[in-house]
Ligand binder design. Sequence first.
Ligand code: NDP
Length: 246
Amino acid sequence: MSRLSGKVALVTGASRGIGAAIALRLAREGADVAITYASSPDKAEAVAGELRATGRRAVALRSDSAEPHAPAQAVARVVEEFGRLDILVSNAGIGYWKALEDFTVEEFDRVMAVNVRAAFTGAQAAAARMGQGGRIITIGSCNADRVPAPGSTLYAMSKSALIGLTKGMARDLGPRGITANLVQPGPIDTDMNPADGDRADGLRALMALGHYGEGEDVAGLVAYLASAESRFVTGTALTIDGGYNI
Ligand code: NDP
């Protein structure tokens, strides 16, 4: 597979979970890949090692998406290191699940900073350095469209904001040949949402396929969006959820 040879990608929040699977898939398809992490340097270095084992260049950057300027600084470091940036995957995300009245204002600010502001500022910085064929891909959630369980207010709000962000960016960047798309996964087996966790049986019951997805499932869709094959796809939200939202 070499759909992405000659391309440089940045995947945020890729020390584990969906981000790590995306980074590996993009490298296997030929891209040089930079990843970011917040608090897991060892895991991030291990992922970078796997990326290099594919024969591609790779770097792991500590970059806390909760910090206002971190995403733009990460983009600048990637361009410094690899000389260009073609693909941005804003994947870093967090959630708190609790009753509406129990959320603190600090939790509100942190969720919006990591899930929304970082996607915005990262895309701003990336678009400034991308040429024709550039790709901005953001990882949202199927909870942007449907919220079938209580406790999800903050998370769902942050992920639905990404729909408007994606549409606006697609309009602004389309004339430059840059696409912007949103990928909305359903339950994927990671530390955030383990397939053997407390909520898992309830989530499985809502899914047409009846089982969790893997990071690789999301990575396949992201690789398509990152490739030239998706050149006519922009401004859209693609749900990949095992039939959770139908
Ligand atoms: P995990 O919690 O398993 O992994 C999160 C990753 O993001 C880690 O690499 C973590 O780095 C990084 N990260 C967390 N906070 C920050 C931060 N402030 N700055 C930089 N990096 C950060 O999550 P998933 O892999 O499950 O989720 C990835 C994305 O997919 C998120 O946007 C999530 O909302 C979304 N998603 C997940 C679903 C699921 O069922 N798993 C379903 C729908 C959407 P570190 O190791 O350093 O903490």
